[in-house]
Design a protein around this ligand. Structure first.
Ligand code: ADP
Length: 169
């Protein structure tokens, strides 16, 4: 069975992430989307929220597993029996970092292959940080509708604009 891992923060997942998931999953029996639980990186969504959202937006795909991990991606990939790690590339700025990671991973796990998918042009500018920025300054789900699935738009707006009692602030 050919298994691939798509690791990332997914804080939150965007249409750009979903595009990479849909396109890459076609080439494998199973694609595991691995949410990195990194306590040193401040995140908007808790790990279980990020998993829940990924689960909701990938219901139409038959061969996706949503999971989380901490520590080295290559170790996690080995544990899951994966032979390929998927990453998405948006711009030259991604390339620099990804190239360094790929070389490091190939030293740590020579049997593991890194595969890079070029972003679709309509998502080339799209990042989780941009989505958070729009949600922080806007209150309308519609402003996010081109960037994230509806359920994620709603939850991201709620994060910034609803208090812990569920009332608008
Ligand atoms: P990380 O913190 O590991 O970079 P992200 O959730 O930001 O986690 O991204 C996970 C992966 O998805 C990375 O390979 C990133 O380059 C890719 N990615 C993010 N946004 C897009 C997009 N709009 N188009 C294509 N790939 C993307």
């Amino acid at each position: 069975m050919k298994i691939a891992i798509y690791p990332g923060s997914f804080d939150p997942a965007t249409n750009g992430h979903l595009d990479i998931i849909e396109r890459s999953s076609r080439f494998f029996d199973k694609l595991i989307v691995g949410v990195l639980d990194n306590p040193r990186k401040k995140s908007l969504f808790k790990i279980n929220e990020r998993i829940e959202m990924l689960y909701e937006i990938t219901q139409h795909l038959p061969n996706i597993e949503i999971d989380y991990f901490s520590g080295l991606t290559v170790e996690y990939a080995r544990e899951k029996g994966a032979s390929v790690i998927i990453r998405g590339l948006r711009a030259m700025s991604d390339f620099e970092y990804e190239f360094q990671m790929a070389l490091t991973n190939s030293k740590l796990a020579p049997e593991m292959e890194m595969m890079f998918l070029m972003t679709s042009s309509k998502y080339s500018f799209l990042s989780s940080s941009m989505v958070k920025e729009i949600a922080m300054f806007g209150k309308n789900n519609l402003q996010l509708i081109d960037f994230v699935p509806e359920t994620i738009a709603r939850r991201t707006i709620e994060k910034y604009h609803l208090g812990s009692n569920g009332r608008e602030e």
